[in-house]
Design a protein around this ligand. Structure first.
Ligand SMILES: Cc1ncc(COP(=O)(O)O)c(C=O)c1O
Length: 366
């Protein structure tokens, strides 16, 4: 039995949609990208979606749009991928690490409060594994100290905080469509902007800072523009969007399959000693990108599963110790989490038999 840790979902319509784009020879950003944005808005009940070429560029553009600059501090968790912290460095601001809530792996709101200074300008909550952060409290803190919120929802496409879809709550939300995410465009990302001005600015900034909609072609054959900002080459292209359109048709199936498997795992392990499940409240809907828990004797656990043909992974350890971040904070919960967190396979290509094999192998002990 071959069990993969991650699975890249390619919808049955993907070849046709991508082939249509290739046939059209209109490969760069165009109407297929617009269609993907419309479909994302419709399917996920979101507004002002701007696609870009990665989750990282989504974070970078959001920080620029939020006005974050040199000398500013941005509070982030360590339990994430380096992209979250690097995006803060890209705008020359300082990432300040808040500890995590040990029960979820998400940023601790009490530690956000403890880390706010007069230099703090934004918070980037990361919805680890697809489970929403405590957004009510994060919104309270942001309003109290006049901070922008940029959600890193790379793991959380289709998640709900209480009854609100992730992407509809704060100033900016960033998604990733990298190969192993819920749906992929090869590489790609999207930003949802709370206000229309940021939406228009995002569309400009992703294409060199040129407002394509309002810069007509001159008689000389080039668009007329007079750039007043540094823009970027961050847009999505039509064939990526075609893949996205096809995969998006399967999003419900993908999330349902992941949720069912996650529920099966939870039922199997909730009273099983040696494993401590994360504490997910039923009022929130997890997008289940990962099934993460805490385990005793992790090395032995990994070895045991490996011997049964089952991959397991920490996926990301806390990023705060990377030299590039020059962090001096000690993060007690993060350090503990780094010692015992683990994820097991969770995706729509796992058969019932595979899930049973994983549960049985774990229950045998390690
Ligand atoms: C939490 C988190 N943020 C950001 C990113 C960056 O996304 P991308 O690879 O699309 O640039 C990732 C990617 O894996 C991620 O896991």
């Amino acid at each position: 039995m071959q069990i993969d840790f991650f699975h890249t979902h390619i919808s049955k319509n993907a070849q046709k949609y991508v082939f249509d784009v290739l046939n059209s020879t209109l490969l760069s950003e165009g109407h297929v990208v617009q269609e993907f944005e419309n479909q994302l808005e419709k399917k996920l009940s979101l507004n002002h979606v701007v696609t870009v070429n990665s989750g990282t560029t989504a974070l970078h553009l959001s920080l620029l749009l939020a006005g974050i600059k040199e000398g500013d501090e941005v509070i982030i968790p360590s339990q994430t991928f380096v992209a979250t912290g690097l995006s803060v460095l890209m705008v020359k601001a300082t990432p300040v690490f808040a500890d995590i809530d040990y029960t979820t792996g998400n940023i601790s709101t009490s530690d956000i409060r403890a880390k706010v200074t007069h230099k703090t300008k934004a918070i980037i909550p990361v919805h680890w594994a697809g489970y929403p952060c405590d957004m009510d409290e994060i919104l309270n803190i942001a309003s109290e100290f006049d901070l922008k919120i940029i959600e890193d929802a790379a793991h959380a496409l289709g998640a709900y905080y209480k009854n609100k879809p992730i992407g509809s709550i704060s100033d900016f939300t960033c998604f990733s469509f990298q190969a192993i995410k819920h749906i992929t465009t090869g590489d790609g990302g999207a930003i949802t902007c709370e206000n229309p001005q940021s939406y228009n600015e995002a569309r400009k900034l992703r294409w060199f800072g040129i407002d394509r909609a309002n810069s007509p072609m001159s008689n000389l054959g080039e668009r007329e523009y007079d750039l007043d900002v540094i823009g970027y080459k961050y847009h999505m292209n039509n064939f990526s969007a075609a893949l996205g359109n096809a995969n998006l048709e399967d999003l419900d199936h993908i999330i349902n399959a992941r949720t069912n498997i996650a529920n099966t795992y939870t039922n199997a392990f909730s009273t099983f000693s040696g494993i401590e499940l994360l504490d997910y409240k039923p009022e929130n809907k997890c997008a289940w990108w990962l099934y993460t828990f805490k385990v005793e004797q992790r090395k032995k656990f990994i070895q045991k599963l490996k011997s049964k043909g089952i991959p397991s992974s920490v996926v990301h350890v806390g990023i705060h110790k990377n030299k590039v971040f020059k962090n001096k904070q000690i993060l007690e919960n993060q350090n503990l989490f780094d010692q015992n967190q683990i994820s097991i396979p969770l995706h729509s290509a796992l058969s019932e038999e595979m899930v049973e094999h994983i549960i049985k192998s774990i229950k045998e002990g390690w």
